[in-house]
Design a protein around this ligand. Structure first.
Ligand SMILES: [Cu+2]
Length: 396
């Protein structure tokens, strides 16, 4: 009994404290509220912040309450919410509650539905939630700059009386964003339309992104939101998942469908769910190959297949440190020791248990484990003997 309590109480506690499984925002937080006269009261402060995308890469963003994405607002269908928004930015802002039914004057569109919130001003939004689902918030003033600098967050409304089919054990939310940060700089350039070089889950890149830790057998939901400039086909290894929501209300079971990759369009959300029955370290990433890299630099000549013969030695007479790279592909550059980048730059690749993990950017790891008692990073998966691909022959 004693052991039972030690191992089981963290799981029991969560389900007893809330009528729902609280959402986990990896590398982020949930916004606190106070109850005043039956209204849930929240405070958001729009402000410039510094965000660590990964150790070694700190980015000057704009966000809310010290964070990008802003803290997740988590409420229940039927709640009345009062949200105070204080503007500490150098320019006006507003907050639009994306996807949410509300009085027109609470919709947060500068000029159309409200006056801008000037620097130093605090505005009040108040409305009653008449739906459930995965929604978002973001500014509608100078959108290109403010959203591009990281101002966005989740607004999650749990159903008042969830059906068995809607209940999950683990519930994650991940916001997709993309940035152009000139190499060596710290401030994103929001004027860039196409040529982004950092692609983030909750404003982090691998290896800075938290893994998604779940216990074997749990039912897992991952909510994805996209306020970037591109769609992101997000792929989970090792599983088929069920797509249960596409921005609007939860889909009827007959309309839900199985997939292994879910394309998340711009300005929309997707919910996916699965039973975590296969233990392991499962990659979870955007499948656009440039979106699973860090610090992309496009002005590099393509040398794939080029025979350099002794050109490298000739150049080294003039430039002793010159190294020709890329003729056999670019994997060798990932995680290379001694590759000294500019300041505020993280190298390609990061350490895994079998060598360098070649992906960065929109990449994290779903860690499914038996016998865990908390959700701390359990380290790398220990594969049963004989279940790892291995060398059997070498052909020269
Ligand atoms: Cu992508």
């Amino acid at each position: 009994m004693y052991y039972f309590l030690i191992y089981v109480w963290p799981f029991l506690l969560l389900s007893q404290l809330f009528a729902y499984t609280p959402v986990v925002t990896p590398n982020g937080t949930t916004l606190d509220w106070t109850m005043e006269d039956g209204v849930k009261v929240f405070h958001l402060t729009a402000e410039p912040i510094t965000r660590q995308f990964a150790p070694g890469l700190n980015v000057n963003c704009w966000g809310y309450n010290g964070q990008s994405p802003g803290p997740t607002i988590e409420v229940v269908e039927g709640d009345r919410v009062r949200i105070f928004v204080t503007n500490k930015l150098p320019e006006p802002t507003t907050v639009h509650w994306h996807g949410i039914f509300l009085p027109n004057g609470m919709d947060g569109v500068t000029g159309l539905t409200q006056a801008p919130i000037g620097p130093g001003e605090t505005f009040k939004y108040e409305f009653t939630l008449r739906q459930s689902g995965t929604h978002m918030y973001h500014p509608h003033y100078d959108e290109m700059t403010q959203i591009g600098m990281g101002m966005m967050g989740f607004f999650i409304i749990h159903p008042k009386t969830p059906t068995e089919e809607e209940k999950v054990d683990r519930d994650f939310c991940i916001m997709l964003q993309e940035w152009f940060i000139p190499i060596g700089a710290s401030t994103p350039n929001p004027m860039v339309m196409l040529d982004f070089n950092y692609f983030t889950f909750n404003s982090t890149v691998w290896p800075g992104s938290a893994p998604l830790v779940v216990k074997k057998g749990q039912k897992v939901r991952i909510r994805l939101g996209n306020l970037s400039m591109d769609s992101h086909p997000i792929h989970l290894h090792g599983y088929e998942f069920t797509v249960t929501a596409q921005g609007a209300k939860r889909m009827k079971p007959s309309a839900q469908y199985e997939a292994v990759t879910i394309n998340v369009p711009v300005g929309d959300t997707r919910d996916i769910e699965f039973i975590a029955d296969a233990p392991g370290d499962w990659a979870f990433h955007c499948h656009k190959t440039h979106h699973m890299m860090n610090g992309m630099e496009h002005d590099i000549p393509n040398l794939i297949g080029v025979k350099l013969d002794n050109i490298e030695a000739k150049i080294q007479k003039l430039l002793p440190d010159y190294m020709a790279m890329g003729q056999t592909g670019m994997g060798e550059m990932f995680g290379m020791k001694g590759m000294q980048g500019p300041s505020n730059f993280i190298p390609f690749g990061s350490a895994g248990q079998f060598g360098t993990i070649q992906m960065g950017g929109m990449f994290t790891v779903l860690k499914v484990r038996t016998g865990i008692t908390d959700y701390k990073d359990p380290g790398w998966y220990q594969n049963p003997p004989g279940t790892v691909a291995e060398i059997v022959m070498e052909t020269k």
